[in-house]
Ligand binder design. Structure first.
Ligand SMILES: [Zn+2]
Length: 350
């Protein structure tokens, strides 16, 4: 199915149709909002290519935007102009979810080289408590340890055997459930991750030093903001509670942290893991949010609910043809499956 679609995209591009669509008044009324998470420091994309891109892939994407003459706009500006109907041709906004440390090291220099503005939807719990994000670091360590059985007892007293296909995911689900069922704190989870590293024979200190799966520290957020990076809301704990008061608290805590770091009161929001329920748009409006983005694939239009804006989630395995189709808008003319949010829950209970 994907193969057939790629053939169609290739044919459209060869016929010059995609270029015609990109330059059309139809496209001018639309905004392509690109969504990224992490850009690998090491082998993160090999474990989770939906969440992490290899640096060379990200560089190629940005070069593609540059060569194609796309107008990369700051998010708030782009949304305002989308509303006013004053977008320039080929308008794009670039967004990053979560605010990983790798943004500073990998993504930012590439963005800067092209003078592309970008928004980081920063979740702040793991920025304050600057340790590896539990679920992500466990997943990466298990992936690195796959294909082997380990001597002695595993982290939960059971033997640890990662030989069978799928055993990494099963073990990760067990760790996740254990942390949730026992209501582990951030510190407890960090100790458990360290214990897992020991079981797998991996060097926890080297992992910490590499800063993989860690978020930006407040000082880095400040530095990046000074260099023009826009920081916006993604909840404090990467959670979307089902009760309005708890939901508002996540926004308040997130905003208060960013206010403390930067002296600003951000008001653009991104749903953690793309999860949104029926009530959220109204809750966000009542709270005072200006916009909210999802992980639904599509170009944003003027008539979209501002609290349910679509984006394009770029992945390590996205082909050049697909990326081109998102930018030109050609993708809107093709039949599509409904994309699900694929970002794993990256969050703690405090
Ligand atoms: Zn997220």
């Amino acid at each position: 199915m994907r193969g057939a679609k790629l053939m169609v995209l290739r044919a459209l591009r060869a016929a010059g149709l995609s270029r015609a669509v990109a330059a059309s008044p139809w496209r001018r009324r639309r905004l392509s909002i690109l969504c990224y998470h992490g850009i690998s420091l090491q082998d993160e994309h090999e474990w989770n290519p939906g969440l992490f891109l290899a640096p060379n892939v990200f560089r190629r994407r940005m070069e593609y935007l540059h060569r194609g003459g796309y107008a990369v706009l700051p998010l708030a500006d782009a949304l305002r102009r989308l509303g006013d109907g004053t977008l320039p041709p080929k308008a794009v906004a670039i967004t990053f979810d979560d605010g990983f440390h790798d943004f500073r090291v990998q993504a930012f220099p590439i963005l800067k080289a092209h003078s592309f503005p970008a928004t980081v939807y920063q979740t702040t719990y793991y920025s304050d408590y600057n340790r590896p994000v539990f679920r992500l670091i466990c997943g990466l360590m298990l992936h690195r340890g796959r294909g082997r059985a380990y001597p002695g007892k595993g982290w939960n007293g059971d033997p640890l055997d990662l030989c069978a296909p799928g055993s990494v995911d099963i073990e990760l689900a067990k760790l996740d459930r254990f942390a949730r069922d026992n209501n582990l704190s951030g510190r407890d989870k960090d100790a458990l991750a360290e214990q897992l590293a020991g079981c797998l024979g991996q060097d926890w200190n080297a992992i910490l030093e590499s800063r993989v799966m860690r978020l930006l520290e407040p000082s880095s957020i400040r530095e990046l903001a000074e260099q023009g990076i826009d920081f916006q809301l993604h909840t404090h704990r990467h959670l979307t509670p089902r009760a309005e008061q708890a939901f508002r608290k996540e926004l308040d805590d997130n905003q208060a942290r960013l206010n403390e770091y930067l002296g600003i009161r951000p008001s653009h929001f991104c749903y953690p893991s793309g999860v949104h329920h029926r009530d959220y748009p109204d809750w966000l409006r009542r709270w005072g949010a200006e916009s909210a983005v999802t992980c639904h694939f599509g170009l944003a239009r003027q008539d979209h609910d501002r609290m349910l804006l679509p984006r394009f989630l770029d992945m390590n395995f996205t082909t050049d043809e697909e990326f081109d189709a998102w930018l030109t808008g050609v993708v809107e003319f093709l039949p599509r499956r409904t994309y699900q949010a694929i970002e794993p829950d990256a969050e703690p209970s405090a």
